[in-house]
Design a protein. Structure first.
Length: 170
């Protein structure tokens, strides 16, 4: 993104800085998709998310905000990506990686041939990687979307393959 240097567009280590409306530091200029290092109002921090569904939804919203500057909408979406490969159902939901203040909790289950890794920040789930756990995806999405605070017991329970994740949804 060297071509953006000296244009007034704020750049971060991960991309083009945007606010929750996907507007850059230059009024009326928006960024979306893989390059948008956006303020995520759902998670409460800035990050990028590189998948087709996220890029599509961000592009659509940025377009609406360009033509409606008086009433912009914030970007609110729990992004996810899923694929079947080598007999495995793999899904990533939300911010499925580390970062400042993010704790990872692994949940291996060799007997059930499943695995999950949950990412927590300030006692809330912000992301997950799921392998052969398709039924958990909507529950994880709801927990992230709703910002459900997790008790210490629930956080410990996430590591236990026998813990029922659906018990965390009201």
């Amino acid at each position: 993104m060297a071509w953006l240097r000296n244009t007034g567009v704020e750049l971060t280590e991960d991309g083009i800085a945007t606010d929750e409306f996907l507007e850059t530091s230059l009024p009326g200029v928006f960024a979306a998709g893989d390059v948008a290092d956006f303020h995520d109002v759902t998670l409460g921090f800035r990050h990028t998310h590189g998948n087709w569904g996220n890029a599509f939804r961000q592009g659509e919203l940025a377009g609406r905000n360009v033509v409606n500057p008086g009433s912009p909408e914030p970007y609110r979406s729990v992004t996810s990506y899923g694929i079947r490969n080598l007999g495995l159902a793999i899904a990533m939901v939300g911010h499925a990686s580390g970062g400042p203040g993010i704790e990872a909790v692994s949940r291996p289950d060799p007997a059930g041939a499943t695995y999950a890794c949950f990412f927590l920040r300030e006692n809330r789930l912000v992301g997950a990687v799921l392998i052969n756990r398709p039924d958990d995806r909507p529950v994880i999405t709801a927990l992230i979307r709703d910002g459900v605070p997790l008790s210490e017991a629930a956080q410990v329970g996430l590591a236990d393959p026998k813990f029922d994740i659906t018990s965390l949804v009201a």
